[in-house]
Design a protein around this ligand. Sequence first.
Ligand code: MLT
Ligand code: MN
Ligand code: ZN
Length: 302
Amino acid sequence: MRVILLGTAAGGGFPQWNCWCPTCRAARSDPRSALPRSQSSVAVSADGAHWFLLNASPDVRDQVQQLNGHAPDGYRHVPIEGVVLTDAELDHSLGLVLLREGRKLRVYATEAVENMLTADSRLLSVARAFADVRVTRLQVGQTTPLTLRDGGDAGLTIEPLVVAADPPRFAARNEAGHTVGLIITESATGTRCAYLPGCGAIDDALLARLAGSAMILFDGTFWSNDELIRLGIGERTALQLDHLPMSGSEGSLGRLGALPVKHRVYVHINNTNPVLLEGSAERRAVEAAGLTVGMDGMRFDL
Ligand code: MLT
Ligand code: MN
Ligand code: ZN
């Protein structure tokens, strides 16, 4: 399975347009000390030619350029086979309307996510005014094969995992499955990649599910629980925002650091997180635990 990290920042990207926190300042004054990042999205493929997006970010237009191989014969070519969604958060779904020129778009989502995108944010309804958008329902506890645009089997399956989270702020409903992680499995080899860009807790059951993966892409939003409060730019803790912080006795670094998984990579990194600073103590702590701070354009062959 091939994996490309298209965007590794959380909503707002890095640096964030209106933010002058220490890390955003560094990204502007010395971009080599804090590399800019686009918003949360990943591409996966079984063959390195047919790609699926995991979430569709507001930066999708630039991000899909990385998936264009050699020039196509015709005048139109859509370089993605479909979009798999973990939730209906804006940073993960605004790209759906930006892909409307694709004419045909296959989306994989739980019923709860489909409902929020149809009736609450209406992004799916808007996209449908321009394109034939087909939603294949994902169900917790079930494995769904991914299908190519030509109807063939993509060689990958998806299983959604329930994660600790509240529905998005704009949601008018709170249905089970509103926020999930994904286990992507390559059918031919059984190789697995776990993708959890938003996750408020890691219990033993989740840890056991993650253990057999070749790769874990995990919520790297915040370093500390009181990060936004200490900077004076937010009132809520990381946990209140449903993002398990990296540090602390219950933090993701300790939990994932103990897992014998080759590739453990943080994605969805908020602009305030000091791991974004090259050479920071927090960056060194992540690397000392055997994890990687994700960067746009990173490619993995699992
Ligand atoms: C999140 O990751 O918590 C959400 O995407 C917040 C947001 O809307 O930016
Ligand atoms: Mn987000
Ligand atoms: Zn900032």
